[in-house]
Design a protein around this ligand. Sequence first.
Ligand code: UD1
Length: 337
Amino acid sequence: MSKILVTGGLGYIGSHTVVALQEAGFKVVIIDNLSNASTKVLDGILAISGELPEFENFDLRNKLKTQEFFKKYDDLSGVIHFAASKAVGESVGNPLLYYENNVSTLIYVLQELNKKDNANFIFSSSCTVYGQADKMPITEEAPIKAAESPYGNTKQIGEAILKDTCKANQNFNTIALRYFNPIGAHKSAQIGELPIGVPQNLVPYITQTGAGVREQLSVFGDNYPTKDGTCVRDYIHVVDIAKAHVIALKRLLNKKYKENFEVFNLGTGTPSSVLEVIQSFERVSNKKLNYKIVDKRDGDVISAYADTNKANAVLGWKAKSTLDDAMESAWKWQQTL
Ligand code: UD1
């Protein structure tokens, strides 16, 4: 049976993807340094799938350990690489941490995979690579603009490294998945997002406010040129994202790709404003959310939502959940915390 390495497999998107892989019959080995995750996530995965993935607790910045890992696990069919730091604000204050965590570790993993006869690799990319795109919805052909933050830069650099690696080695096959805004949790509420400290992202902030952990949500700006003045994003259920990884992996394993480096947007294609996300929360929770409008947040793009035609047509994948479905699962998860 095929064994897949999932780096960062105890994190938010990683853990949902581990479950989707297990459901599709793959064996999984996780590498995670627990910097933004907990071994309790293993219990959640076991509760859902009935199967405990193998787990190696180390930091991919340790090049020697990374080399030893790939010597020990010489039978991997594919690698899904989530391990990375993802807080935009933190990346502005500590860029070197982001370049080391997101770029150096990618290189160490690729150096090991590049020694093999054949490598199949899936990269966690982000819609952040587009910056403020000129046209909505955003297609994969939209120009890659100067990154707004070191975090965004690491995703652009990561894609460039992979593109060059694939060009130099025709047996190195990569799919980069550009996530829009992943939200929600597994329907069992056994796994979900576990933000450490004050959440930076909208949905965990909303659910924590709904649960009384936070007093009030600040809505960053209401005079943007959008339908109601608040920023517009493409919020996609994390389980839909997880399933796309399994489909992309099968595409690599079955050699269905046309080029050995491909990129796909993962979004719903539906634009939602911050106020619409709040209304969705209020519908599914039957609660009024305490929020106030404050100044714009530095670095926020006005609008970003996906053209999903390429993923729909080429991968045969489409997001199934609505915003309300995703909010309902996020709220159910919040109530277990
Ligand atoms: C951004 C990136 C995304 C990246 C993520 C990492 C873009 C388009 N998206 O997501 O690729 O993976 O950072 O964190 O660059 N908001 C509030 N109040 C809050 C929190 C958020 O009003 O307390 C608003 C924001 O202004 C924004 C929306 O909610 O309009 C979503 O914000 P957030 O969840 O932080 O995600 P992005 O900034 O879109």
